[in-house]
Ligand binder design. Structure first.
Ligand code: IPT
Length: 925
């Protein structure tokens, strides 16, 4: 078989819509016989009905064979895992042969074999007769089975090759996972329908021989091509109103759900149903940690529910059409969708885009075939608002072939493609990972012009979206709030899609979750596949929790005694929400009120603060669902806002009657002791500790690493600071003068610890920092680290921001309150271990054995491993709890940014070495 053919397939029936039909169908999923060969040139006698497959293995369909013990997964981002020499493929070409039998029900005649997805080149035989072959892994293929079906037992055989000429079109950033990974059916349905339904109630359809009825709207037996005008409730992602429709054909009846909605572009603004649409989106790959892209229905549903519950309103199906059920869920539960064609040729970038299939006429049919199969399959979904030609496929004439066909077939949806910045074939201007400054310039219509004035004028009239931004790899992404602020400020900006939804970590016995290289791949891209808002098991990461806050559809502007509640939904009011105001003093609730908020939003008087205990007082307003929604239950919190009602009472430390005294090798006071030589704290209220000392280092985040900061920090030696004690002076205060510096440089920090005693037994530390030398780059952190016996500390209660982690440019979801967590719960289990778990703006933290207070606040991290151990770990199981708790008390942290792809932290979030004073107070608990 010629795997190096440019032809996308043979023997295929015309593509048609995915429809629910009452025509009989046989589900051919299940256990198939399976044999894997290392190369493609295996005899195809296995396709004969009489072939004996008794010694073959069994394999579930749908699935990927490398996830069932046959071969191994392999991950590359941009690189092809074989030489770039289209249309040729390597001799090593894993080839999976599949066989199964099925019994034809009595009286059954005719039918189509339908495959929803197989990666990447498949041939099919029925009862020994070859029906044809297909490519386009994430697209359906249908063959006429009728002439070859037999009464009783039938034998179906499929051969799947991992590599073919089509592999050059499928270089998406994901695991290479061959196999029949979507459903297989024998169906007697043959119908095709294309419904046109706009928000103003106009309805018509294409579907020869069919009659359409929507009983709820009084539509009965509408003929194809006839338009009616109805009184309808439009569909939006916020109000996903669907109407049940039936189309009756002579041989079958199909059911679909019609949503009336209109997408348009007016004056460079993206509109849905005539009103501006702001996309609060995520990029979703299909992924399950054990099953790869063979995603169970319940998992697809879980994705949509999680997105809705986190205020996500849009999804880009990066970078291929998803399982059709996912789109049904988007229609039903409400998400705006950019449906993306199964096309990516990114690896050609590495060879200067030479011989890119996108610009090779021999590949034109294949590219057009992919576009047609996507549009025809998915054309009836109201959720789909744009067709995307693909991702990272460079530029070339075949894009025009795809775009021209799609415009003609479906003029109702704008076209998207990011890879050609001239926008020659698109209706929207799309980019990925543009900086805040560039997005702002585009918002103001002040972007750099294109060389071609016509193209430039065309592009300037287009709405703009970021099809990928805020790369959610590891800790982060930082800078979300600032992007959202821009999207909301400029009408031209239609929002964007975070990269990406889920970490593609594969469950692994040794590593817990595997990423690139863990299966011994010679070419791989390591943990670049671990860049999601949810962990592989779909637990939300802090990035998703922050995103929920940044995307929240209700805003609170606090004024003097009032709050202005702003409805930030695009298409609905606030009447489905209830508003609860809570007053807390030092995190303890002292009053709770219902707020009456008008459905359209508006100014509301805040409740009076009840007389009561003095202390720092905050008012929190929560907007919650007042009743169940299909995607969340009553009580689900949608939005919140917080304002300070009363600042903390100033704290006065009464003078101490006791003083520091020398006792042998120690200097002691208040049950605490310092090493007389080094001045370092060794006992804190009876607890053996290794004293707080200056720390500038953190375990690099992915963004620190890929963005280049880690390299700079290591070159400076910030991970190997030396501490020299110059002077220990005992008097009313214990003063320890030190110089902290890495080897091989003259940069350093003068660090002077000044310990004093409070009248009530507390210990005060004032740390003065004075940088010396020419510090050019931002530094990771400015704070102190101490260790404690592991058995002494189990749980922390703190008053500050929480419950989750927060860094200077993340943690929008962290609110002021009183929180409690065990040391283990303070960790964020990033699949690739890195700096995590920092709690911000902590006023005080009680560790059970002692309490630390800030002046006014500090940052807190506590772990059962050291920073060095954290930095050295490559997988979760590498982190083994030791017998110490490592406590980091910080004055400041470097921002997080999104430099793995995109900008680093904005300048205001860079931490510079600067003179500073850091004050902490320790008290017995
Ligand atoms: C961008 C890709 O479109 C996306 O698939 C993913 O690979 C992402 O990068 C990185 O995780 S392309 C890149 C050159 C910005």
């Amino acid at each position: 078989m010629d795997l190096e053919t440019y032809t996308p397939g043979s023997g295929l029936l015309e593509p048609r819509a995915a429809l629910r039909s009452d025509a009989p169908a046989l589900d051919l999923n299940g256990t198939w016989r399976f044999r894997l060969s290392p190369a493609a040139n295996v005899p195809d006698d296995f396709a004969q009905p009489g072939y004996d497959d008794a010694d073959w293995d069994e394999l579930p369909v749908p699935s990927h064979w490398p996830l069932h013990g046959h071969g191994a997964p392999a991950y590359t981002n941009v690189s092809f895992p074989f030489p770039v020499d289209p249309p040729h493929v390597p001799d090593e070409n894993p080839t999976g042969d599949y066989r199964r039998t099925f019994d034809l029900p009595e009286g059954w005649t005719g039918g189509r074999l339908r495959f929803e997805g197989a990666e990447s080149f498949a041939r099919v035989w029925l009862n020994g007769h070859e029906l044809g072959f297909w490519t386009g892994s994430r697209l359906p293929a249908e063959f006429d089975a009728g002439p070859w079906l037999r009464p009783g037992r039938n034998v179906l055989a499929v051969r799947v090759h991992q590599w073919s000429a089509a592999s050059y079109l499928e270089d998406q950033d994901m695991w290479w996972l061959p196999g029949i990974f979507r459903d297989v059916t024998l169906t007697r349905s043959a119908a095709d329908v294309f419904v046109h339904a706009s928000h103003d109630g106009r309805l018509s359809f294409e579907g020869e021989g069919g009659l359409l009825s929507i009983p709820e709207l009084g539509v009965a037996d509408l003929e194809p091509g006839t338009e009616v005008r109805l009184d309808v409730e439009p569909w939006t992602a916020e109000t996903p109103r669907l109407y049940d429709a039936v189309v009756t054909f002579p041989d079958e009846t199909v059911r679909l759900r019609v949503g009336f909605r209109t997408i348009s572009i007016v004056d460079g603004v993206l509109l849905a149903n005539g009103s501006p649409l702001l996309l609060k989106g995520v990029n979703r790959h299909e992924f399950h940690p054990e099953r790869g892209r063979a995603v169970p229905y319940e998992t697809m549903r879980a994705d949509v529910l999680l997105m809705k519950q986190h205020n996500v309103n849009a999804v880009r199906t990066s970078h291929y059409p998803p399982h059709p059920d996912f789109l049904d869920l988007c229609d039903e539960l409400g998400l705006w969708v950019i449906d993306e064609c199964d096309l990516e040729t990114h690896g050609f970038h590495q060879v200067g885009w030479r011989r890119n299939p996108t610009d090779d006429p021999r590949y034109a049919d294949a590219l057009l075939d992919r576009m047609r199969r996507m549009v025809e399959r998915d054309k009836n979904h109201p959720s789909i608002i744009m067709w995307s030609l693909g991702n990272e496929a460079g530029v070339g004439r075949n894009l025009a072939v795809m775009a021209d066909w799609a415009r003609d077939r479906d003029p109702s949806r704008p076209l998207h493609y990011e890879g050609d910045w001239s926008c020659a074939h698109t209706d929207v201007y799309s980019r990925m990972y543009a900086s805040h400054a560039e997005v702002e310039a585009i918002g103001r219509l002040a972007e750099d012009p294109l060389d071609d004035p016509d193209l430039d004028a065309r592009r300037r009239a287009m709405p703009f979206l970021q099809c990928e931004y805020a790369h959610a790899m590891g800790n982060g992404p930082g800078g979300l709030a600032e992007y959202q602020e821009l999207f909301e400020r400029y009408p031209r900006l239609a929002g964007g899609f975070i990269w990406e939804w889920i970490d593609h970590g594969i469950v692994h016995p040794e590593f817990e979750y595997a990423y690139g290289g863990d299966y011994g791949e010679p070419v791989h891209d390591s943990n670049f596949v671990i860049d999601g808002l949810v962990f592989p098991d779909r637990t939300p990461s802090p990035g998703l929790i922050d995103l929920k806050k940044v995307f929240q559809p209700v805003k609170f502007d606090f004024g003097d005694g009032v709050v202005r509640v702003v409805n930030a939904y695009d298409y609905r009011d606030l009447s489905h929400l209830e508003f609860l105001a809570t007053v807390e003093v030092e995190g303890e609730t002292v009053a709770e009120h219902r707020l009456e908020v008008p459905a359209g939003g508006g100014e509301v008087k805040l409740p009076d603060v009840p007389p009561g205990p003095a202390g720092e007082c905050w008012l929190t307003i929560r907007a919650r669902l007042s009743g169940d929604q299909p995607w969340a239950q009553a009580g689900h919190e949608v939005a919140w806002g917080q304002t300070l009602l009363a600042p903390p009472a100033p704290r006065t430390a009464s003078a101490s009657l006791v003083t520091f005294v020398r006792d042998g090798d120690e200097i002691v006071a208040s049950g605490s002791g310092f090493d007389a030589e080094t001045g370092r704290l060794v006992r804190l209220f009876g607890l053996e500790v290794e004293g707080p000392r200056l720390d500038l280092w953190r375990a690099p985040t992915d963004n620190d690493r890929y963005g280049g900061l880690e390299g700079k920090w290591r070159a400076l030696g910030l991970h190997r600071l030396t501490h020299r004690v110059d002077d220990v002076e005992v008097g009313d205060a214990l003063t320890v003068r030190t110089r902290v510096a890495p080897a091989a440089t003259d940069l350093g920090m003068r660090a002077t610890y000044r310990w004093t005693l409070a009248g009530d037994g507390g210990l005060l530390l004032s740390l003065d920092l004075e940088p010396e030398g020419d510090w050019r780059d931002p530094i990771p952190r400015l704070g102190v680290t101490m260790t404690l016996p592991g058995t002494a500390v189990e749980r922390v209660t703190w008053f500050g921001r929480g419950p989750g982690e927060a860094y200077p440019d993340t943690g929008m979801a962290a609110r002021v309150g009183r929180w409690t967590a065990t040391i283990d719960e303070l960790q964020t289990p990033y699949v690739y271990p890195q700096e995590n778990g920092h709690r911000a703006d902590v006023r005080w933290a009680d560790f059970g054995a002692f309490k630390v207070s800030g002046d006014p606040v500090f940052g807190m991290t506590a772990r059962r491993w050291s920073t060095d151990e954290l930095a050295a770990a490559a997988h979760r199981p590498d982190l083994v709890p030791g017998d110490r708790v490592h406590l980091h008390l910080d004055l400041a942290h470097q921002g997080i940014g999104t430099a793995t792809c995109g900008p680093g932290p904005l300048p205001q979030y860079d931490l510079r070495a600067r003179p500073a004073t850091f004050t902490l107070r320790f008290d017995p608990s």
